[in-house]
Design a protein around this ligand. Structure first.
Ligand SMILES: [Zn+2]
Length: 226
């Protein structure tokens, strides 16, 4: 091998190793010096509610862990106090939807962006800042590339999940059912984004939360928010 080719091969190998260890061009780093350990992001959709969100906040406070709330603006309108509590206790408020009506929000990119920004105004009225984080109702994998592009071009970072309490799927679930689902659905043990809901009919989610948190704490996870 001549010198030039071996130098090129060495550079390519170094780049390949660096990308493998520390990042890729399309997503977040696989490993970094800052967070070499296992991380979990608790995320709650469809709130706030008077019945369930305060219970969830109580558990998060007791366990001393942060979470991210993907809120529904129409639910939040008359529950600003609950949002203020989420914010003041160190959690992140992020955009889920204003209306959460699929037929309206997914009818066009313009309709979707209007819905997102209306929700974000509610967030800004509480936190003083607009959020950059967005969760597609139903998940990004259910929508068209056109809608994905519109949201990305507006500067939003779409956040899906890779583990779930399955609290919108299991009928009449007990807290134990939801705990088992949360533990069993982990797809990437290195970085977990856990989906749960804090809407008014999710009391069992609040009841399951402490056990879920204790489980991941016992496995050495660091709890983060977006
Ligand atoms: Zn939702």
């Amino acid at each position: 091998m001549n010198k030039r080719i071996s130098a090129l091969a060495a550079i390519l190998l170094t780049v390949a190793l660096f990308v493998t260890l520390f990042g890729n061009f399309f997503g977040e780093p696989l490993l970094s010096f800052a967070d070499g350990g296992k991380v979990i992001y608790l995320t709650f959709d469809d709130g706030p509610s008077d019945r369930v969100t305060p219970k969830i906040l109580d558990v998060l406070k007791k366990e001393g862990v942060p979470a991210t709330f993907f809120i529904v603006g129409a639910q939040a309108k008359n529950r600003k106090e609950v949002l203020k509590r989420e914010h003041s206790e160190g959690h992140t408020l992020a955009v889920h939807s204003y209306s959460h009506k699929y037929s309206e929000i997914y009818s066009s990119p313009a309709a979707l962006l209007k819905d997102i920004e209306k929700c974000n105004e509610t967030i800004c009225s509480v936190t003083g800042e607009f959020s950059h984080f967005y969760r597609f109702p139903g998940g990004s994998f259910t929508v068209s590339p056109q809608l994905l592009r519109a949201v990305a071009e507006r500067g939003y970072i779409s956040v899906d999940w890779n583990a779930s309490f399955r609290d919108s799927e299991i009928k009449n679930a007990s807290a134990e059912d939801l705990y088992c689902a949360a533990v069993a659905t982990v797809a990437n043990p290195k970085k977990i984004v856990m989906l749960a809901h804090d809407s008014t009919d999710k009391s069992e989610t609040a009841a399951a939360l402490e056990k879920v948190i204790k489980h991941f704490k016992s496995l050495g996870y660091e709890f983060k928010k977006f």
